[in-house]
Design a protein around this ligand. Structure first.
Ligand code: ATP
Length: 234
């Protein structure tokens, strides 16, 4: 579904990605692990067109997307949940959700997807007229994921969904991520520092250090790898 070849991205003259290669097959959950500043967010921003790569290729379902603007990339079926669960704090839960569907015209499909997200996150149904900014951190993360799902993506990009959340909430969020993948037929590329949780839910993973992919394998292989255990699993 997604093939990244020798991708390089810069901020001015600072090189953040030094020619990375990543593949995500349809139906998979693939995780990208790494410490602060490794380049994980930049990878997602490059896929979604927010930080246009300086060289290399990104193919989505065989089609080059590395020269497309973000709205076209969303339109093709890729949506991203940003780091720090950014939602619109002044807008209600329902208004936040409708912004996720702003490129769509299929009213029936939008209604169907709204029902789906309110089923997997019933707390959002209970809070539907509340301003997004008044929700707890976990609820805001649920809203950010739901808003991304409202675009009906084939590929969902999640940037550190566990960041700053309590352990119980993290468990809940990861259980839903698995559910979305299995029941909603959504392929997921998940960026995380919480390697333990991410590898429990993912099929495969990559490890990134200083803008370079240094390891890859199945989730079980990475969980058993001494270097991963020492650096990321504590
Ligand atoms: P974190 O987990 O802290 O978000 P990350 O792995 O997602 O880290 P990135 O945010 O992609 O890492 O950062 C990769 C590198 O690019 C870092 O050296 C960072 O300082 C640099 N960087 C990120 N954003 C910018 C920016 N807007 N301008 C300049 N440099 C940036």
């Amino acid at each position: 579904m997604l093939n990244i070849f020798n991708l390089k991205s810069y901020y001015g003259n600072i090189c953040a990605l030094h020619g990375i290669n990543i593949d995500v097959a349809a139906g998979e959950i693939v995780t990208l692990l790494g410490a602060n500043g490794a380049g994980k967010t930049t990878t997602l921003m490059s896929i979604s067109g927010i930080v246009p790569p300086s060289s290399g290729e990104i193919l989505f379902m065989g089609r080059p997307i590395h020269h497309l603007p973000p709205n076209k990339i969303v339109g093709l079926g890729i949506s991203q949940t940003p780091e720090g669960r950014r939602i619109f704090p002044q807008l209600t839960v329902m208004e936040n959700l409708s912004t996720g569907a702003y490129l769509r015209r299929d009213r029936f499909g939008i209604k169907e997807d709204l029902e789906y997200v309110l089923t997997i996150f019933p707390i959002l149904a209970a809070r539907k007229n509340q301003a997004g900014g008044t929700l707890s951190g976990g609820e805001q993360q649920m809203l950010a994921i739901s808003r991304a799902l409202m675009a009906r993506p084939r590929l969902l990009l999640l940037d550190e969904p566990s960041l700053g959340l309590a352990p119980l909430v993290i468990k809940q969020i990861f259980a839903i991520i698995r559910k979305i993948n299995q029941e909603h037929n959504t392929t997921i590329f998940l960026v995380e520092q919480n390697a333990n949780q991410a590898l429990k839910v993912a099929h495969r993973g990559y490890v990134m250090e200083n803008g370079t992919i240094t390891m890859s394998g199945t989730a079980d292989e990475l969980l058993a790898d001494d270097r991963v255990r020492q650096a990321y699993l504590g």
